[in-house]
Design a binder for this molecule. Structure first.
Ligand code: GLU
Length: 315
């Protein structure tokens, strides 16, 4: 088994990231596999070296060790996406050769206007620029984004928590952006190239990415790699149902550490809240690795206590 934890260094590590990292670690360690740490910093504007360093520091503090990664190398490197641009260019060339890559000149306003009617639904591109002629393209005055034309086909897979999924690509994602107009590579491209080329066999991540999985499987296989098995996991939410996303300045691992929490308390709390252990106790990490039952993961999001620090330290 080759698993991976693939954080974006756009903020400090949050309890929600720690939850996902813990589960990645458990899945791989329980199977005696290899865990890859990959820095997903294709978003050059929002990614910072300071955050990448802090993420590694926090993971180390939590005891969630990895076997290959930016700091320790490995046979599938580099492990930082900004050092993998040549590989993404190679994938774009393969798509180009297959006649699937095309420039899109649609304005933001137009994309918004054709966007999904209801919040929470993904907007699906209508293929407006797909049929443009070479002459029409030559007349355009702006830098295009680049989209991949998806086939009229369905992708199905069995998720470790959410079960059988089936998505008809033109309806589920439509022709999606693989390179942005500002030149940056899109997450969907980078993650597919990386999971394929790094030989990842098991992907475990938050359920917010469940809806991106069909297009990633399609792209990974198009590029000639076997698709991994996917397990999407419920997210941590607060009492009002809001996600503990790192953008909201929620509970960072650093603040828990500075507040005096220790790693076993943090991970034991997560294991109990997530239903992986049945008793609320403080377990050493090695015991958590033995005791936690990943098959007990439920689909519902997990509500954390209002005063997390107090709840973590209570046992
Ligand atoms: N880099 C993404 C994030 O931090 C995760 C990507 C993935 O696991 O596929 O949200």
């Amino acid at each position: 088994m080759r698993g991976r934890f693939a954080p974006s260094p756009t903020g400090y590590m949050h309890l929600g990231n720690a939850w996902t990292a813990f589960l990645c670690w458990l899945q791989v360690r329980q199977a005696g596999g290899t865990l890859v740490l990959r820095m997903e910093d294709v978003d050059e504007q929002r990614s910072k070296k300071e955050f990448a360093d802090a993420l590694m520091r926090d993971l180390q503090w939590l005891g969630l060790t990895w076997d290959e990664g930016p700091d320790r190398g490995g046979s599938s490197g580099p492990y930082t996406q900004q050092e993998r641009y040549a590989l993404y260019d190679g994938a774009l060339s393969a798509l180009q050769r297959g006649g699937l890559l095309y420039p899109c000149y649609c304005s933001r306003a137009r994309l918004q206007a054709i966007g999904a009617p209801h919040a929470g639904e993904r907007s699906v591109y209508d293929g407006h620029c797909y049929g443009m002629t070479a002459a029409e393209r030559a007349a355009m005055q702006k830098d295009p984004s680049w989209r991949v034309h998806v086939p009229a086909a369905a992708v199905s897979f069995c998720d470790g928590v959410y079960g059988r999924q089936e998505a008809y690509l033109p309806r589920a994602c439509g022709d999606f952006v693989v390179r942005r107009a500002d030149g940056l590579y899109a997450y969907q491209l980078a993650v597919s190239v990386d999971d394929g080329m790094m030989g990842i066999t098991h992907v475990l991540r938050g359920r917010d990415l469940l809806s991106s999985t069909a297009q990633q499987i399609w792209l990974i296989e198009y590029l000639g790699y076997p698709a991994p098995q996917y397990t999407h996991v419920p997210m941590l939410i607060d009492g009002e149902g809001r996600r503990l996303s790192k953008r909201q300045q929620g509970i960072t691992i650093e603040s828990l550490r500075d507040g005096g929490a220790d790693r076993d308390s943090v991970l034991s709390y997560l294991a109990y809240k997530g239903g992986l252990v049945s008793e609320r106790a403080r377990y050493p990490l090695e015991e958590l690795a033995r005791r936690c039952d990943l098959t007990a993961l439920r689909q519902e999001d997990i509500v954390v206590d209002d005063d997390v620090m107090q709840a973590i330290c209570a046992v």
